[in-house]
Design a protein around this ligand. Structure first.
Ligand code: ADP
Ligand code: TRP
Length: 331
């Protein structure tokens, strides 16, 4: 049997280079491997755990769908769906909620960091925390375990969530008998975290992103904004600690990457290096950008594709939920 590989992206903002390099690119490469059955989805119910703009929500959801497709996701190869179209995920979320220790959620990084911030600013420790945010890891465990996922490609920040899913699966299997597959995360090593314009992790929440399908002029401007050190052009530079080089190698051929590595060692001005980054990036993105614009202007087509994907996904999720309910004595 083929191994199941599954990942999801939330429609919380415009997809940026960090999402592409950390999550989408490796997932699309794995989808080409016939050893795997890929399931990729839009984690729309995860997106409402923090304040969100109702009027933009659908557009963002279509944006994520169009991004995957524009970059080469083949609906014949990948089961591609929206989380909210799979009711079994939410039924399983409740079942898992009744089995997951509360302490496990207390230790989740995302929740803990809000609590820490609240304490520092003398607020109630749970101020601004809704139950969806608190239960976020259980919904994610349900996404993963329902489809018996073997491999979950994600960025580094998601490792703890996969570990929580494993813990829940282990304890469930121990109590009710072998039911769930233990998932493993898959991280893209060199670029586990792509820095943003200001050098911190590129993230929608920091407003330091380069949107993937930005139009060429704006793309160029944003690349020029990436912070660098103040070494003069002729000074040798370390490619391995440079986000400019990191970006370059994601889009350039191995030969060009080697050439750029040499130029860094010999000394290259940041302006010139940024120009090279722009060139390779824009060349790669030209076609997908066109496809993206085309796809976002035909939402009916996207709806149809996602519905078909949900039907395929539900063949699996219904059968698996049935089995889970038998294990816990409901059937
Ligand atoms: P954001 O931090 O912008 O809100 P998400 O949390 O929605 O991004 O992340 C979606 C996917 O993209 C996840 O798998 C995440 O690990 C990955 N990802 C996000 N930002 C980066 C980054 N800067 N570098 C590498 N991967 C990233
Ligand atoms: N939490 C993930 C993120 O913020 C999104 C996500 C939801 C996910 N469910 C998932 C990722 C299941 C992998 C598998 O990026």
């Amino acid at each position: 049997m083929r191994k199941t590989i599954l990942t999801g992206i939330k429609p919380t903002g415009q997809i940026h280079l960090g999402n592409y390099i950390g999550a989408i690119k490796p997932a699309l490469a794995l989808a080409k491997d016939k050893e795997y059955q890929p399931l990729y989805f839009i984690a729309d119910y995860h997106a409402i755990t923090k304040g969100y703009d109702v009027s933009k929500f659908k557009e963002l959801t279509y944006g994520v769908a169009a991004t995957w497709l524009a970059l080469g996701l083949e609906p014949q190869e990948v089961i591609f769906y929206k989380q909210s179209d799979i009711p079994e995920i939410f039924e399983l979320t409740w079942i898992l909620s009744c089995m997951a220790p509360k302490g496990l959620m207390n230790r989740a990084h995302a929740y803990k960091s809000i609590v820490d911030d609240n304490i520092t600013s003398n607020k109630d420790s749970d101020s601004g925390v809704n139950m969806g945010l608190y239960n976020y890891p259980i919904l994610m465990a349900s996404d993963i375990l329902l489809f018996k996922s073997d491999i979950v490609p994600v960025g580094k920040d998601q490792i703890q969530h996969i570990e929580i899913a494993r813990d829940i699966a282990l304890s469930f299997n121990h109590h009710f008998g072998e039911t769930f597959t233990l998932p493993e995360y898959r991280i893209q090593k060199e670029t586990a975290v792509l820095p943003g314009l200001d050098g911190r992790k590129m993230s929608k929440s920091y407003g330091n992103t380069i949107p993937l399908f930005e139009e060429p002029k704006k793309l160029r401007k944003l690349i020029n904004k990436i912070v660098t050190d103040s070494l003069p052009p002729e000074a040798p530079k370390d490619p391995d600690t440079s986000s400019i080089f990191q970006l370059y190698q994601e889009f350039a051929s191995p030969e060009d990457t080697l050439r750029m590595r040499k130029q860094f060692a010999e000394g290259i001005g940041w302006g010139d290096a940024k120009n090279e980054v722009y060139k390779v990036m824009n060349q790669f993105l030209e076609e997908p950008r066109e496809r993206y614009v085309e796809l976002t202007s035909s939402p009916q087509k996207l709806d149809k594709l996602l519905k078909e994907g949900a039907e395929q996904a539900r063949e699996i999720s219904k059968a698996n939920l049935q089995n889970i309910k038998e294990q816990i004595g409901f059937l």
